[in-house]
Design a protein around this ligand. Structure first.
Ligand code: NAP
Ligand code: SF4
Length: 679
């Protein structure tokens, strides 16, 4: 697809302060869940070293607290004493050994902490946390400033190439900067100058504690996306002060955790916020780093070629594929496993205290435990099914140097991913299909499409091992009239195999029910039109509005859609922690009628007849043209027992193993683990 000359801007070196980094790719800060415990230091070191070997220019660590009052959670990672220094040394050593550069992010959580002793700038409690913080006294503020300086000094002792000051996302520094969270009347609140004073003093203190060749970067919030956020004039004045005080680069940051504008999920258009970063170009001369939804080298190159920003931040894309820079540089961009911004194994894990990995790359965060060592006695391995589980396992089996063939009953590869790629805002799934297809070619994996294989055929063709990844089929609920012509499966609706009318009832409000509701109420995918997307989520282009948020304007749907479940209570409880609220808000805006506690009595020409678990509610007939079934899945696993009986080594993965809570994260992880087990 591309050769190295395709990305001349991306692979030009960049000077940050006195330090030269090899290219313009910065691995943005992201927690891994490995930071806090000393016993995980080697795992974290290997995680970062893998990315350094993959060619990234600069790595920024996950946020580390400069004081106990700034911890994100109890016993979380901090940099406050010599013990912390020794904890971090294996990390910096491993990255430097891999010829990489790494800086430590200093993050004080402020009112976003989950500890009882958290300290914040103002009086208001965080709307997204259960308990209140302590408002910092003048003495505490001065102590906090000194702790940032001390932490930076310790970071230098630990071998880091610099520090990044986390000044965005609604954490402590951002809380001081904005009137939304800073209601102080002393020298740290009130006027713009007073609200900026805390960050100014933090920068001064850090600079006084470290050498001049030690990089200091600022993660500056340049679009708070909350009411009471900063104005553009305030952002410019802060950026200029930062430059004057010795900050070497500004890594721009978008949105607070409490913002109601999505900033990183897959339905956010690629590079949606880069214009904010570009707006700073004429104001400062230090390097500017753009971030958010920059997930391919092509998008990055296009941004850099415009000449207004100097580097791009990619965090999740390097979880999905640590080799992204090397592949892009050596003309193998089409082999990149592109992050689809699903958050399922990264951010969703962080918010429930689990270790971070990647849905597409289960080896992320498990570099020292999930290893695909090439076999010394190559076997002949069959994979049945070319959905995500089958494809991932076949590629991993090939990496182990076994000989592998795939048998797929359908005419195309992709399984559930091919369906998901049609959902508005989920276009990124097409990148995964491209990745899988290319890996099949690169690894010379034979794929038998339109082939319904039997256990006998597998046995007779001399396979030593078989991975059964036959997936799922939709559950057809037992409802009177389920054979009525108005009823269809979600796959038929989404793949356009059946025409869907103007009034539709969706049975089942799980992940797929929500997707189908969005599909049926959206004429044009918002991901593909930035202006429409900004209108829908209320992102203001008028930069005099503090926080740049305005009233959302939504195109009404031309369909009337009902989304039903049998359970009582609110819908969407099983959706992802960091993405569920976006799906819920989207269908609400489209006026999808959500009905819980429903009993499906029958389907006939009049529509869907329902009554309620709560008998005080009157039965209804929903006068719909179509009923779309999203009632979960059942495993397709008929081959498992005959294969086992034939004496072949059998592994069952993905939906074929367990259809409940079917998800691609488990499917791909199981597929990769099965491959790792084949000796
Ligand atoms: P799900 O999240 O388990 O939801 C199934 C829905 O069907 C529930 O609302 C359930 O609610 C209902 N249901 C179950 N049995 C039923 C029956 N016998 N009769 C009527 N309704 C029944 O399953 P899903 O929506 O199939 O999604 C599964 C997983 O796939 C998600 O967790 C997500 O990770 C992943 N996902 C995949 C895609 C994709 O395109 N492939 C898209 C989104 C999500 P009641 O029991 O209350 O009625
Ligand atoms: Fe990207 Fe999803 Fe992987 Fe996270 S889990 S890195 S969002 S593909």
């Amino acid at each position: 697809m591309n050769n190295s000359t395709s990305y001349p801007h991306l692979f030009a070196p960049l000077k940050i302060g006195n330090v030269e980094i090899a290219n313009r790719i910065v691995m943005g800060s992201m927690h891994t869940g490995l930071e806090a415990r000393r016993k995980n230091a080697d795992k974290l070191a290997e995680f970062y070293a893998t990315r350094a070997r993959g060619g990234v220019g600069l790595i920024v660590t996950g946020g580390i607290a400069p004081s106990r009052t700034g911890l994100l959670a109890p016993f979380d990672a901090k940099m406050t004493n010599f013990l912390d220094v020794s904890h971090h040394k294996p990390i910096t050593q491993a990255v430097h050994k891999a010829n990489g550069k790494i800086i430590l992010q200093l993050l004080h959580a402020g009112r976003y902490g989950m500890t009882p002793f958290k300290v914040g700038a103002g009086s208001e409690k965080s709307p997204i946390h259960p308990f209140k913080h302590i408002k910092a006294s003048d003495g505490m503020v001065k102590h906090l400033i000194r702790s940032f300086g001390k932490a930076a000094k310790l970071a230098q002792e630990a071998g880091y190439d610099g520090v990044e000051i986390m000044g965005g996302e609604g954490y402590l520094i951002n809380q001081f900067l904005c009137s939304r969270t800073n209601d102080r009347t002393d020298q740290w609140g009130g006027s713009t100058e007073n609200r900026q004073r805390f960050l100014v003093e933090v920068i001064k203190n850090i600079r006084s504690q470290v050498s001049s060749d030690f990089m200091v970067t600022l993660r500056q919030s340049i679009a708070d996306l909350v009411g009471g956020g900063q104005t553009w004039d305030e952002i410019i004045s802060m950026a200029k002060k930062a430059e004057d005080l010795g900050v070497n680069a500004i890594n721009t940051d978008i949105g607070w955790h409490e913002s109601r504008v999505p900033t990183i999920v897959t339905s956010v258009p690629r590079a949606a916020f880069v214009h904010f970063t570009e707006g700073l170009r004429d104001e400062v001369s230090i390097p500017l780093i753009a971030s958010n939804r920059i997930n391919t080298p092509d998008v990055a190159e296009e941004i850099l070629a415009r000449g207004l920003v100097d580097a791009v931040s990619m965090a999740r894309p390097l979880l999905a594929d640590p080799e992204l820079p090397n592949k892009a540089k050596t003309g193998r961009a089409d082999e990149i496993n592109t992050c689809i911004a699903c958050n399922q194994a990264c951010l969703d894990h962080i918010f429930v205290g689990k270790k971070v990995s990647c849905l597409l790359n289960p080896r992320a965060g498990r570099e020292t435990t999930l290893i695909l060592t090439p076999s010394t006695k190559p076997k002949k391995v069959a994979v049945i099914g070319a959905g995500p589980a089958g494809l991932a396992s076949a590629i991993a089996v090939a990496e182990k140097k076994h000989q592998v063939e795939i048998f797929e009953a359908n005419a195309t590869i992709g399984g559930q991913f091919s369906i998901a790629a049609n959902i508005p805002g989920k276009e990124e799934f097409k990148e995964s299909l491209r990745y899988f297809q290319r890996q099949l070619e690169v690894n010379d994996i034979k794929v038998h499409l339109n082939t319904q294989v039997s256990a006998q055929e597998i046995k007779s063709q001399g396979f030593d091992a078989v991975i059964v990844a036959t997936g799922v089929r939709p559950r057809i609920p037992n409802i009177e009239g389920i054979d009525h012509p108005m009823v269809m499966t979600y796959a038929d609706a989404v793949l356009g195999k059946r025409k869907v009318g103007k009034r539709v009832a969706i049975i089942g409000a799980g992940g797929i029910g929500f997707d189908v509701a969005e599909f049926l109420t959206t004429d044009e995918s918002p991901t593909l039109n930035l202006e429409e997307w900004e209108k829908e989520w209320g992102v203001a282009r008028d930069l005099s509005i503090p926080g740049f948020v305005t009233k959302p304007e939504v195109e009404p749907s031309s369909r009337e859609v009902y989304l039903l479940q049998r359970k009582e209570g609110s819908q969407g409880k099983t959706l992802g922690k960091t993405t569920g609220w976006v799906h819920k808000a989207s269908i609400k805006k489209k006026k999808v009628q959500q009905i819980s506690g429903a009993q499906y009595d029958k389907i006939d020409d009049a529509g869907l007849h329902i009554s309620f678990v709560d008998e005080t509610k009157a039965p209804q007939i929903l006068p719909v043209d179509n009923v779309v079934l999203c009632a979960g899945q059942i495993s397709v696993n008929e081959l498992v027992e005959p294969l086992k009986a034939s004496g072949i080594e059998v592994y069952v993965v993905g939906g074929a193993d367990f259809a409940g809570e079917l998800d691609a994260k488990r499917a791909i992880k199981q597929g990769t683990e099965a491959a790792a087990m084949i000796e």
